[in-house]
Structure formats: structure tokens, C-alpha cells
Write a protein that binds this ligand. Structure first.
Ligand code: ADP
Ligand code: MG
Length: 459
């Protein structure tokens, strides 16, 4: 027999609120209460049929699990419609939010990982366990795990760069979560560079710049995401520079991310740039097909929603350069399948994908030539001349390489376009560059940047 329904329900609601979004909590749990119990069946009174339907179809297992923690004899729940408002409205309003805040708009397929640690600003859903590793991100992953083993010692600062939606924030947060798990007492903060800037401006306006500095200098781990927004904010860069130095001198760890290398951030002070470059710099590139497929498999499994591998392969080939879009498409498909209550056909999936993805850019011959000549600051006409000048030969070989590699252009056609050269010359150039990028870090980096330039134009 339950002696105190009110207390039991209050405890249950606190637990529920911590795990679902605020909006959902209010919508579905307002005006609910426990109205009785019989033979282990707990009666929950709800305000209308709609809520009854929703709670029993979406939240039943979860409510049962939480109630079971507080009242082990429970066997099941019965939802009773009762149009009378619950007596203890107060219970509802008093539910504290502790030090966690619930994320709004988070999709409700699962209950795990929906709340953020407010103090450190870490979201527990971003872990190393849920991070799929492939050739495109393995170096960044290795550096990140190394940092968790010896924070402040191995790679300090750690600088992770790469395009949008490729997993920078995920990795940064995973480091924070891991270190927090190992050392709960460590002072950790994750924030974006924009948040840092607005905190700084507030501190200036409220005249408590001293507190601001003191607070930041004390962190054992400071993670600043999307540092490119520091560009041209000189006052903020200066303040950050001093904070950086203190943290660094105390052997505490600093981690950054950016969508480009420090050198490419225009309007970044030289001394700050050299600090950013002073530790370990790693990039995350675009995932190749196998990795995209592995990510989709892992996410579908994680959602407990198995999907045919042919379908996953189709998604992986349709979405090529953004893991966020990959994930978004997969979740729409899962959502639609759930609504329709059946496995979708490939045609239905194609329809969903059409709405989800921006068309991938098809680059052209002219764009490759233009991007390369801009990158190497040469005249694009020179690429087609028969000159052997060193400053022309290399860009020309890279152009041939990219035309072959990314556009699948035929060797004779490339030869014809580049001053009617023989196709064996083109094959030679292609092979030479393919070999060289394996050994020559700098060349590899240049080609990566050229590709970024080429492909970003369509975003
Ligand atoms: P970025 O910060 O580089 O723009 P995010 O870290 O926000 O990208 O990643 C976008 C989405 O893709 C997130 O939901 C993230 O969890 C997911 N994601 C990115 N990389 C991976 C990965 N390697 N394995 C699993 N999920 C990933
Ligand atoms: Mg990010």
C-alpha cells in the first residue's frame, strides 16, 4: 500500500523532468497525479483522453521505470481520465530544476542525454563511445583521447579544425565529459567564442571585469568552440590572450575548434595565432563512404531502429559532406517510418532525402582551374601554356590531378585542354601528385584547402 501518493508522484515528476524537455514535461504531465493503487496497479489521473493516449503510448515504460525506483511493488499503471484539476497544483510548480536545464526542442525518441550540465555546459550525449572513428577523423580522435589521459601535459593547446557538421563540437564535448567523469572536482567550462565575447562585453558594462578574469583563469579545462568568431575582435583577443597565458602557465588544458586553421583566420592577432599553433593542430576532413555508412549504422542501432543496409548505403551515397545532415536524414526516415508504422520504400526515402539535403555541388572544369590559379596567385591562362616554369608546373599538375580524381575527366581530354599535351604526360602528373601527397604534408594541406574552397561555394 502506498501511504503518501503526493510524495511519490512528486519524486517521480522530479525525475521525469530531468529527462525530458521542459515543453514536453509541461504539456504531458501538468494536472496529473496518483489517485490510487490496487494490487500493485497504480492509477494515474490525467486531465483528458489525449494525455492518456500520449502517456500510455510514449512515456509508459519510462514512468513505470521511475515509479518502480520509488515504489518497487508496482506492477503496472492505469491512466484514468479525470477532468477535475489535480489538487496539488503546487507540486507541479515546485519541481526544482537542480543544476541541470532541460533542452527544448530535442527530439523525443530516447530519454538519454537530453540535459546539460549547467556549470560546465557539457551535454552528456556527446561521448567518445558514440563517436564513430574512421580515416577522416582518426588523428583528431587520437589527439582528443590523448588529452583526456594527461590533461595539460600532452597536447596543449589542442586545436581541432574542419568544416561544418563534421564532429568538432562532439569531440570537444566528449573530452570535457570524459575529464569530468575522471575528475569530478575539476573546474571545466565549454563555451563558444561568441559566448566568451558576450560575457566579456557584459563584464565591461557591469564593471566587473576583475571577476570575469578571475573566473576564467581558474579553469582546469577551458574549451572554446568555433574560435573563428574572434576574428577582428581585437579587444576580446587581447583579454583572451592573457587568460590563455595564465591557464597555460598553470599547466591547465585549453582546447579550441575552428572551421579553419589559425593562419586562415583573417584578423587574428599574430601573438594569439602563435599560441593557437603552439600545441597540437589536427583536422577533421570529410568522411568517405565507408565512414558515412558506419555512422548511419551506429546511429540507427542506437535508436533501436534497424534499417536495411541498402537503404543506409543509399543515404550514405546521397549525403556526402556533412554528418549533421546525414544524421538529420536518418532521423526523418526513422520518424516517418514510425508515423506510418511500416518500413518505407526506397522511393519514399528518396522523397524524404530530397527535402533534407541541399543538392551536392557538381564542380566544373573551369572552377577547378580558377580555384587553383587563385590559390597559387597565377594567371589561369598560364596553366595552359607550354611553359616549364616551376611556379606554373606544380599548379598545373595539381589541376590535372584534381580533374582526374574529382571530376573523372579522361586523360586525353585533360591533355588536349592543357596545351594539347599527350595523355601520358597527364598520367605522369596524376601519379606524381598521388604519390607526393602521401609523403608531403604541405602539399597535402594545400590540396585540402583547394578542395575546401572548391566545394564550399555551393553551401
Ligand atoms: P561541428 O561542430 O563540426 O559543426 P558537430 O560536432 O555538431 O559538428 O556534429 C554534427 C552532428 O554529427 C552531431 O549530432 C554529432 O553528434 C554528429 N557526429 C559528428 N561526427 C560524428 C562521429 N564521428 N560519429 C558519430 N556522430 C558524429
Ligand atoms: Mg560545432
Amino acid at each position: 500500500m502506498i501511504t503518501d501518493f503526493e510524495k511519490l508522484w512528486k519524486d517521480t515528476l522530479i525525475e521525469i523532468e530531468l529527462n525530458i524537455s521542459r515543453a514536453n514535461f509541461i504539456t504531458w504531465f501538468k494536472n496529473t497525479r496518483i489517485s490510487g493503487e490496487e494490487n500493485g496497479i497504480v492509477f494515474i489521473s490525467v486531465p483528458n483522453a489525449f494525455v492518456k493516449e500520449w502517456l500510455s503510448s510514449k512515456y509508459h515504460k519510462f514512468i513505470l521505470k521511475v515509479l518502480h525506483n520509488f515504489y518497487p511493488p508496482i506492477r503496472n499503471i492505469d491512466y484514468i481520465i479525470n477532468s477535475q484539476p489535480a489538487q496539488s497544483q503546487q507540486t507541479f510548480n515546485k519541481v526544482p530544476s537542480k543544476s541541470t536545464s532541460v533542452l527544448a526542442n530535442e527530439e523525443q525518441l530516447g530519454f538519454e542525454g537530453l540535459y546539460i550540465d549547467k556549470e560546465a555546459n557539457l551535454n552528456p550525449k556527446y561521448t567518445f563511445e558514440s563517436f564513430v572513428v574512421g580515416p577522416f577523423n582518426e588523428v583528431a580522435y587520437a589527439a582528443a583521447t590523448a588529452v583526456t589521459k594527461k590533461p595539460g601535459a600532452t597536447y596543449n593547446p589542442l586545436f581541432i579544425y574542419g568544416g561544418v557538421g563534421l564532429g568538432k563540437t562532439h569531440l570537444l564535448q566528449a573530452i570535457g565529459n570524459k575529464i569530468k567523469e575522471q575528475k569530478p572536482e575539476a573546474k571545466i567550462l565549454y563555451l563558444t567564442s561568441e559566448k566568451f565575447a558576450s560575457d566579456f562585453i557584459n563584464a565591461v558594462q557591469n564593471k566587473n571585469i576583475y571577476d570575469f578574469k578571475e573566473r576564467y583563469r581558474k579553469y582546469n579545462l577551458l574549451i572554446v568552440d568555433d574560435i573563428q568568431f574572434f576574428a577582428d575582435k581585437l579587444k576580446i583577443q587581447e583579454e583572451f590572450f592573457h587568460i590563455f597565458n595564465t591557464i597555460y602557465e598553470r599547466n591547465n588544458q585549453i582546447i579550441f575548434s575552428s572551421d579553419r586553421t589559425p593562419k586562415q583566420i583573417i584578423g587574428l592577432e599574430e601573438r594569439l595565432r602563435s599560441r593557437f599553433e603552439g600545441g597540437m593542430m589536427v583536422d577533421i576532413s570529410r568522411p568517405e563512404f565507408e565512414s558515412r555508412l558506419a555512422i548511419l549504422k551506429a546511429k540507427a542501432e542506437n535508436k533501436g531502429f534497424p534499417i536495411d543496409v541498402e537503404i543506409l548505403e543509399y543515404i550514405a551515397s546521397a549525403i556526402q559532406d556533412n554528418i549533421r545532415e546525414l544524421e538529420g536524414a536518418l532521423y526523418s526516415i526513422i520518424g516517418q517510418s514510425k508515423i506510418k508504422g511500416k518500413i518505407l520504400s526506397l522511393n519514399e526515402i528518396k522523397e524524404i532525402l530530397k527535402k533534407n539535403i541541399k543538392p551536392t555541388k557538381t564542380i566544373t572544369f573551369t572552377e577547378i582551374v580558377k580555384t587553383i590559379s587563385t590559390f597559387y596567385e597565377i594567371n589561369d591562362k598560364d596553366l595552359f601554356e607550354k611553359t616549364r616554369k616551376k611556379e606554373i608546373v606544380k599548379p598545373r599538375q595539381i589541376a590535372m590531378y584534381l580533374l582526374r580524381e574529382d571530376l573523372n575527366t579522361s586523360y586525353p581530354f585533360i591533355g588536349y585542354k592543357f596545351g594539347q599535351r599527350d595523355h601520358t604526360t597527364v598520367i605522369h602528373a596524376y601519379r606524381k601528385i598521388s604519390e607526393k601527397i602521401k609523403k608531403d604534408e604541405r602539399l597535402n594541406e594545400e590540396i585540402k584547402q583547394i578542395r575546401e574552397e572548391l566545394y564550399k561555394k555551393n553551401i
